[in-house]
Design a binder for this molecule. Structure first.
Ligand code: OSB
Ligand code: MG
Length: 368
């Protein structure tokens, strides 16, 4: 049965706490929700682009433009299922987050058609997943230490802190001495260059699990050079857009770990392909986050069920981000720092229509 309706919707959600990275501060999210329907079944996806082109080149508005002018009108009435989407978007270069929003909604729909949970349709085996938290840059080191303590008390299994020039060595040193045994990692969001090798060699002494994306957002070559000069594993985030990128990065030694984000690679099919390349090369992966609403978060939970997701991801509870989420129940994390997969069909969470309506600032509907 063809997809007879595609609905794009922009919602606005205010974060409970502003989130600061090396590229800026996020307070309010502008999120595109994609809903597909074939007349009998529905599916939901989320576009993970940021409000501005600071993590990557895509934004909420570029994704809206690509979806409304180049993807939705060509997809509606013409595609039946997942097997049709790859060839449809093949000719569009880049814009993975726009593509990924629709692709993810088709996976949810497919799982509902088959009356099975999405994570099982994806081939997942992990019924519970381990959660870490990503903690933004704080006004002071003392405040950071307090936030970390709270998150550890809530059960989270690993702490990720954001670093940037001027908020790095001393911060990591302080966190390490306050929490000597805690699994800890640092994410630079591309804030450094190869000229900073000495700084990373200093941080090599702090028993950090990995440095995430220390160098340029499109680079692999310099990351390989840095990896040769430090002990701590490098994890790539921004630089990996496909399974082919993962293969090349691994081949030249640019990283020893990869962060997989659904939107950044254009959907579940490519995320799985990245996963498979990493698994076949003995490279562990974990699921990254983009401050998603419950819909994107539920997709991340399902994706994290694949076997090579052996490290805790940035997939945290709804209540860390939102006073009220768009799904029911919200994503919940146990006191052991885990999330259990849902056994209901599709995403396994109910989308709260009233909440979605209230948060909506624009919609565009495509009918066959
Ligand atoms: O680099 O992982 C990142 C948030 C927005 C953009 C990029 C990143 C992040 C996070 C937060 O680290 C992850 C989350 O809690 O959703
Ligand atoms: Mg990152």
């Amino acid at each position: 049965m063809p997809i007879s309706r595609i609905e794009l919707r922009e919602i606005r959600m205010r974060l409970l706490h502003p989130f600061e990275t090396s590229f800026g501060v996020t307070t309010d999210r502008r999120i595109i929700i994609v809903k597909v329907s074939d007349g009998s079944f529905e599916g939901y996806g989320e576009v993970t682009a940021g409000e501005g082109p600071f993590y990557g080149h895509e934004t909420t508005d570029t994704a809206w433009y690509i979806l409304s002018d180049f993807i939705a009108p060509y997809a509606v009435g013409k595609i039946n299922d997942l097997s049709d989407i790859a060839s449809l978007v093949h000719g569009i270069r880049g814009h993975n987050m726009a593509k990924g929003g629709l692709e993810a909604s088709l996976w949810d729909l497919e799982a509902r058609r088959r009356n099975m949970p999405l994570w099982k349709l994806l081939g997942g085996t992990r019924e519970t997943i381990e959660c870490g938290v990503s903690i933004g840059i704080q006004p002071t080191i003392d405040q950071l230490l307090r936030v970390i303590e709270n998150e550890l008390n809530a059960g989270y299994r690993r702490i990720k802190i954001k670093i940037k020039p001027g908020w790095d060595v001393e911060v990591v040193r302080a966190v390490r001495s306050a929490f000597p045994g805690t699994p800890l990692m640092c994410d630079a969001n591309s804030a450094y260059t190869l000229a900073d090798v000495a700084l990373f060699r200093q941080m090599d002494n702090f028993n950090v699990m990995m440095f995430e994306q220390p160098l340029h957002y499109e680079d692999m070559i310099d990351h390989a050079a840095l990896q040769r000069q430090i002990q701590t594993p490098i994890c790539l985030d921004e630089s990996i857009h496909s399974a082919d990128d993962a293969r090349k990065a691994i081949d030249i030694g640019a990283c020893r770990i990869i962060n997989i984000k659904l939107g950044r690679v254009g959907g579940h099919a490519e995320a799985r392909a990245v996963h498979d390349v990493c698994r076949d090369h003995g490279i562990p992966v974990w699921c990254g986050g983009m401050l998603e609403s419950g819909i994107g978060r539920a997709h991340n939970v399902a994706l994290s069920s694949l076997e090579d997701f052996s490290l805790p991801g940035d997939v945290a509870a709804s209540k860390r981000y939102w006073s009220e989420d768009v799904i029911d129940p919200p994503v919940e994390v146990s006191s052991a720092g885990t999330i259990s997969q849902k056994m209901e069909p599709g995403l396994g969470y109910r989308v709260r229509q009233d909440t979605l309506e209230r948060l909506t600032v624009r919609t565009q509907v495509f009918d066959a």
